[in-house]
Design a protein around this ligand. Structure first.
Ligand code: SAM
Length: 126
């Protein structure tokens, strides 16, 4: 039998799901496990935390290049997939620290910084 193209296979699956009366809202099932329990994302995201610490030098270079080039009065930082919290606050704190140091060194007034923390609707940022 010739396999169906991906889009047709997906439509078949959706028809099957509708056929058995199941309504799956992807945004309700895909988000990380909230809270602070044993199976929560907050408790099980040490690897991502490590990656954030290891990539801090890259973040420093990126923010410094942007800041020196633009000397912005306002900055917007977007976290697409911030999950339930701990790691995203670590990044927020790193960005604030990097920008603060740059402003002191360059004797500039600190910019206004807006952080947009985005995730799926069922996500519970804490
Ligand atoms: C592995 S977690 C990473 C969380 C966090 N950035 C960190 O470093 O620990 C990926 C996150 O992306 C979110 N996500 C996946 N698809 C998304 C979408 N289409 N829109 C917004 N968030 C999404 C998930 O809900 C999840 O919280």
């Amino acid at each position: 039998m010739v396999p169906l193209p991906k889009a047709q296979r997906l439509q078949q699956v959706i028809r099957k799901i509708r056929g058995v009366g199941m309504v799956i809202k992807v945004e309700r099932v895909l988000h990380m496990v909230g809270g602070g329990g044993e199976t929560s994302y907050a408790t099980n995201s040490r690897l991502q935390e490590k990656a954030i610490y290891r990539t801090k030098p890259i973040l420093e270079i990126a923010v410094a290049e942007m800041y020196r080039t633009l000397l912005p009065e306002k900055m917007v930082v977007v976290d697409l997939g911030c999950s339930s919290g701990p790691n995203t606050f670590l990044v927020v704190s790193e960005v604030l620290g990097i920008v603060g140091d740059l402003c002191r060194r360059l004797e500039q007034k600190p910019p206004e910084i807006q952080f947009f923390l985005n995730d799926l609707p069922g996500n519970d940022l804490q």
